[in-house]
Write a protein that binds this ligand. Structure first.
Ligand code: BES
Ligand code: MN
Ligand code: ZN
Length: 498
């Protein structure tokens, strides 16, 4: 979608703001006066509430070229923030995307706490997030199913300021869209080597250094925990290592972002039940969030040093697959008894977080993983689970999540939970064996590969990387959400940027 900031109202459809109770904002009011109060009358006739997402659509209005005017609710006036403006724009786009109209004008006024420039930039960002589609494999779409909106004009008093603000913030949309694409892609297309190739071709032109490790290199490094997971797959396992050095001092300790990239999780020999298994194409959602964030950081030239490492593996059962009861020696030297081959994400992360610390001596490690079904039992699809050994880092992540609409909820870590992962046969086992605290024990397992004194956060995104339909959040209109890109980008901006 082509985005412009302008100060005159023109488009096939014009979208206006109203607050709870139905009051029109200033730009909307001005148009209503021009149209002799037709909009106020339409809103009253429709019993329009102004609640978030409520819409009145006025067709073929007299006295103006536009074929439609939409009044879209923002919700309560004292609760309006940049996220409600994104959703406001999102509701309009959701309604008009396939309407046959090609251009839309969003009249974005400022509010208490949201400047006019911020409002206009957020409207554009919300509109683009809402226009996301994954149609690559739909060859028989009817004309009325195809997006027609191509031009977005955001109407604001100060187009130049809005444009500047938009250019500063919009890279997040590209990161989110890419993460959604990667999660939506089926596993026959996006297997580990294909994922690694996409990382290279997408990020290198943006100035990100990308190194790919294959199985031979991983063997040399002793990454047997990760390699064990990929043993049953015909596909080669990969690690992609991305480095963005945007700080003045390129040698300053980076933040390390680590992602679980299981391109398909059958469970391995501990095979998952068939129903719903197709969702496990999204088991690389942590890796998608990390690479999406790297894209955003590079596009907006973030003044921070950030490295991203993703472990790309397919968990399949075959004659070469690892068995329950196998013992593997991880890169750290610690031994792991693999009691359940379906608890594979932690095995992948064990070696990748270790390598991240050995190679980069980072300021902190943040890993994202679709690690446990149990986190969905705890938190549903509303919050990701946050496990963190550092209160300042945890607080920064909670605040970043609130600001970006990607909420995290802090969960506990403790020696008592850690002990549940002790094995009588090896240094640890990969499942506790008790139907209790499954997300926490998963986190404790990863924590055993974090060096003493290292600040670390683990974010379990099994409930948020994708979500069941209907897709009611207008700025997240597909199965894959792209969750984590905005969270990580905001974390960098708030805590690691110069
Ligand atoms: N990828 C799954 C976790 C998952 C489940 C993500 C549902 C998204 C939706 C993970 O590899 C897994 O299988 N975890 C097991 C752990 C168990 C064996 C300790 C689980 O959650 O059942
Ligand atoms: Mn699994
Ligand atoms: Zn998994």
């Amino acid at each position: 979608m082509d985005v412009r900031f302008v100060n005159e109202v023109r488009g096939d459809a014009i979208v206006l703001m109203a607050t709870e109770g139905g009051a029109l904002t200033s730009g909307a009011h001005a148009l209503d006066v021009r149209l002799n109060g037709a909009l106020t009358r339409a809103a009253q006739a429709a019993r329009f509430t102004g609640g978030s997402g409520a819409v009145v659509e006025v067709l073929a209005p007299a006295g103006i070229e536009a074929s439609r005017i939409l009044i879209v609710g923002l919700g309560q006036i004292d609760k309006i923030d940049s996220l409600s403006i994104e959703r406001w724009a999102g509701h309009a786009v959701k309604r008009l995307l396939t309407s046959g109209l090609t251009s839309i004008a969003l009249v974005a006024d400022g509010h208490k706490g949201v400047t006019a420039a911020e409002s206009a930039a957020r409207a554009a960002i919300g509109a683009r997030l809402a226009a996301y589609r994954f149609d690559r494999y739909r060859t028989k779409l009817r004309p009325d199913q195809k997006p027609t909106l191509a031009e977005l004009a955001v109407v604001t008093d100060g187009p130049a300021a809005a444009q500047a603000r938009y250019e500063h913030d919009a890279a997040v949309v590209d990161g989110v869209h890419w993460a959604r694409d990667l999660v939506n892609e089926p596993a026959n297309v996006l297997y580990p080597e294909a994922f690694a190739a996409r990382i290279k071709t997408t990020l290198e032109p943006l100035g990100v250094d990308v190194e790919i490790l294959g199985e031979a290199e991983m063997e040399k490094l002793g990454m047997n925990a990760l390699l064990g997971v990929g043993r049953g797959s015909a596909r080669q396992s990969q690690i992609a290592i991305m480095s963005w050095r945007g700080a003045k001092n390129k040698a300053a300790q980076p933040l390390a972002l680590v992602g679980k990239g299981v391109t398909f999780d059958t469970g391995g020999i501990s095979l998952k039940p068939g129903a719903g298994m197709e969702e496990m194409k999204g088991d690389m959602g942590g890796a998608a969030a990390v690479v999406g964030a790297m894209k955003t950081l590079a596009m907006r030239k973030a003044r921070a040093n950030v490295v991203g490492l993703v472990g790309l593996v397919e968990n399949m059962p075959d004659g070469e697959a690892q068995r329950p009861g196998d013992i593997v020696v991880s890169m750290s030297g610690q031994t792991i008894e693999v009691l359940n081959t379906d608890a594979e994400g932690r095995l992948v992360l064990a070696d990748v977080v270790w390598h991240a610390q050995e190679k980069f001596n980072p300021a902190a490690v943040v890993d994202l993983a679709t690690l446990t079904g149990a986190i969905i039992v705890s938190l549903g699809h509303e919050h990701a689970g946050l496990f963190c050994n550092d209160d300042d880092l945890a607080q920064a992540l909670v605040s970043a999540g609130q600001a970006e609409g990607e909420a995290v909820w802090r969960m506990p870590l403790s020696p008592a939970y850690d002990k549940m992962m002790d094995s009588p046969t090896a240094d640890m086992k990969n499942i506790s064996g008790k139907p209790a605290a499954g997300s926490i024990t998963g986190a404790q397992f990863i924590g055993r590969f974090i060096k003493p004194g290292m600040a670390w956060a683990h974010i379990d995104i099994a409930g948020t990387a994708w979500k069941p339909g209907p897709y009611e959040d207008p700025v997240s209109p597909s199965w894959a959400t792209g969750y984590g890109v905005r969270l990580l980008n905001r974390l960098v901006a708030s805590r690691y940027e110069e």
